[in-house]
Design a protein around this ligand. Structure first.
Ligand code: MSP
Length: 514
């Protein structure tokens, strides 16, 4: 048995989502990416903890609840349930779905706040300035465009209130040094530079309490103040691991944390959060992976802009795995990109129905027809050297590099390139002619194609687990392994099972909603 080393432990988190409104595919995007990485590591036998959940306190959620005529808690229960079921439907294999209204979270947040207080990191003061409820964030004049929040395109609120503040300035040199040295890794590099730019512009102490917001966790020792929603939300990453108790899960997973976030919440994660942890005497996070926005017509997809697509709409049309594929394959992870909703059907047909699906069914049909449904006898070395081996080997290497660099779109592109090179291989070899001309070569060609399908199965599995499973059933492969690590290529004589069509072709124009 393999012994567990710390390199085998992986802790992945997604942002926790505001429950002011139902989930859209922008939320799904980050969560699927984290799930893909979690699955990738699990398939390699690593001990993985994937955390997601909902952020339920604050003015924004309270306002939405009031609008819906519900209490904040009843409203939060409802919308949190929508996120949870959307993520379940998307086949997100989370280990915990945390809610910031959970008693366990609240109890531990209070302990954390006491620690901050005791460390001298907090002081009382008065805040006067702007606040964007959409962002749940204090804004400076410089951040506004025409007096409006550039993200929500709405006027900000002027607030003046007595607050507790966090002495951010005191911790800035240490946080900056962590980022510069790479001890806190921020991916992609452009986001690291963006954060370092914030240090240059100057960062101020921030409020950790609100006196005008009732829907929140009461601030210790203050009858009228609640904890600023961001300050307690960030703590979900450690309360989920029981950091305030006897800490076995915390000690095991926290040193291996990777936070997945969207670019709009970078400052909170890369500056405020490490500083708070240091002040409380805990280790800062190790790594932050930042994704860009899913946009429609150049604008961030968001409920407040009214341009959202719900995950369920895509799932109904394309199925779960294809939805995961279509989102992850859209554009380079880390950059903003327009999702091409009008091209979803085209992409589905090209890459999935006519691509992977068609290749798998062609190869298995030929195996039935020409080889009695069995893996032909082959010599691995000979296939390595002569039959499309370079395609597989390169694919395996490029794929691993893409995943290591969190280029999820790149990993999928690699799988698609291998599909394409198999298609070319088939056209070049013309197996149907080889059947008469050169049956020995035919067997090798088909064996080689099966090994490529094995590699393709391996590459798509974290992204499209159900499809990989169906392919695995047909190939009688319980666990796909990479060509790089293959010690168990499908052996000669294996009897294959019938393959259900992986992706039925979709007809009838395009997905016409957008
Ligand atoms: N509650 C805070 C996060 C607290 S984490 C301790 C929050 N919630 S949110 O629901 O507004 O956004 C959650 C995440 O979804 C953010 O990372 C945000 O970037 C991401 N996205 C929201 N819309 C998105 C797109 N259109 N595209 C990509 N990501 C998007 O912020």
């Amino acid at each position: 048995m393999k012994s567990t080393t710390t390199a085998d432990v992986v802790y992945l988190t997604t942002p926790i989502y505001y429950v002011n409104d139902s989930p859209h595919i922008g939320h799904a995007y980050t969560t699927i990416a984290a799930d893909v990485l979690a699955r990738y590591h699990r398939l390699r036998g690593r001990d993985v903890f994937l955390l997601t959940g909902t952020d339920e306190h604050g003015a924004k959620v309270a306002a939405s609840a009031a609008k819906a005529g519900k209490t904040p808690k009843a409203f939060a229960d409802e919308v949190s349930g929508l996120f949870r079921s959307a993520f379940e439907e998307l086949n997100i294999q989370f280990d915990e779905f945390i809610r910031t209204t959970d008693d366990e979270h609240v109890r531990q947040v209070l302990i954390f706040m006491e620690k901050l207080k005791a460390s001298g990191a907090l002081y009382e003061g008065e805040y006067e300035g702007m606040y964007c409820t959409g962002c749940e964030e204090f804004k400076t004049e410089k951040e506004l465009v025409d007096g409006k929040c550039p993200i929500h395109l709405k006027p900000v609120e002027h607030v003046k209130e007595r607050n507790w503040f966090f002495r951010l300035k005191q911790y800035l040199p240490k946080v900056k040094q962590l980022i510069e040295s790479g001890a806190l890794e921020i991916v992609p590099r452009t986001r690291k530079e963006e954060v370092l730019g914030l240090f240059k512009q100057g960062l101020a102490d921030f409020s950790v309490s609100r006196s005008s917001v009732e829907w929140g966790i009461p601030f210790p020792g203050e009858a009228k103040q609640t904890i600023y929603v961001w300050v307690e939300a960030l703590q979900n990453y450690i309360t989920a691991l029981g950091y305030a108790d006897d800490r076995p899960a915390f000690e095991k997973f926290w040193p291996h944390v990777t936070h997945f976030i969207g670019k709009d919440i970078l400052k909170f994660h890369a500056v405020y959060w490490p500083a708070m942890l240091i002040a409380a005497g805990e280790e800062p996070p190790k790594r932050i992976i930042v994704n860009g926005y899913l946009q429609l017509d150049g604008q961030k997809m968001s409920k407040s802009l009214g341009n959202v697509i719900a995950p369920h709409e895509l799932i109904q049309k394309f199925g779960v795995d294809a939805t995961r594929y279509l989102l992850m394959a859209q554009f380079p992870f880390g950059e903003d990109g327009n999702i091409q909703a009008e091209k979803f059907t085209e992409k589905y047909n090209a890459d999935l129905a006519n691509g992977i699906g068609n290749l798998a069914s062609r190869v298995l049909t030929m195996i039935q027809k020409f080889c009695g449904g069995e893996m032909p006898v082959y010599d691995l070395q000979e296939l390595h050297e002569e039959y499309n081996d370079t395609g597989r080997r390169q694919s395996a290497q490029i794929y691993e590099n893409a995943i290591k660099e969190f280029r999820f779109d790149g990993a999928l592109k690699t799988a698609m390139n291998l599909v394409q090179s198999c298609d070319y291989f088939i056209s070049g070899e013309e197996p149907w002619l080889l059947a008469k001309k050169n049956p020995e070569r035919l067997k090798k060609v088909l064996a080689s194609l099966i090994l490529s399908l094995q590699q393709i199965g391996y590459e798509i599995e974290p992204f499209m687990p159900n499809i990989a499973k169906n392919l695995g059933v047909a190939l009688c492969v319980e666990k796909f392994t990479s060509y790089e690590e293959v010690e168990d290529p499908i052996p000669p004589g294996r009897v294959f099972q019938p393959l259900e069509p992986l992706f039925p072709r979709l007809e009838g124009g395009d997905w016409d909603k957008h």
